[in-house]
Ligand binder design. Sequence first.
Ligand code: GLP
Length: 246
Amino acid sequence: MKIYMTEDYQTMSRKAANILSAQIILKPNSVLGLATGSTPIGMYKQLVIWYEKGDLDFAQIKTVNLDEYVGLEPTHEQSYRYFMQNNLFDHVNINPANTNVPDGLVADPQAECDWYNQVIRKLGGIDIQVLGMGHNGHIGFNEPGNAFELETHVVDLSERTIQANARFFASADEVPRQAMTMGIKSIMMAKKILMLVSGEDKAEAVWKAFAGPVTPQVPASILQLHPYVTLVGDKAALSKLMEEKQ
Ligand code: GLP
């Protein structure tokens, strides 16, 4: 595993954008696995800036997103489809047909998940999967205790995740109770992983994930077994992990 420790959120975002840019430049038809949450926003901003400068071309890029809330329409401000349009897709020359996010409004979410697995397979798998991490070590919406061997599936969100994400909604009551998420198996099948972490409130989860035992209680800990992980974090988020390594 390669770890890049940066001074702050800004430099973390720039480093992550550099890594993703290298992927796009070296393989212009890459399949990018993308993530939402507050952590990657700075990275997307930086990619848009470099696109505007003419340094990046998304014409042949394909994307698959990690997850989506069940019950939110794609135009809902808190849906992950809306997030992706707003933070990246609407600002670069990506072909809309090449962007994939599970549809939150389908009548049968599990069938949507099965279809999503086929989409990933037809694309030939994910070249690089961007990940953030929840405070309980979740990745995508794989909550503690979820089985490691699943591909895209429907999950019940934990109370902690509902509370953490309530800041984006008018109240915790409005946070959907379920989501569709790539499973740990889907994530582990990605050729490369790029994990971003920022802020002292993530330090404990980062430490547990990368210095603790591999356990479904800390979903991100499975990444210790992935052959190609790059962890980019600011020094606040990496503080506890780096203490451990000294
Ligand atoms: C959500 C998303 C995850 C994300 C996590 C952390 O629950 N499903 O993909 O990594 O939140 O979000 P943040 O980056 O805002 O801390």
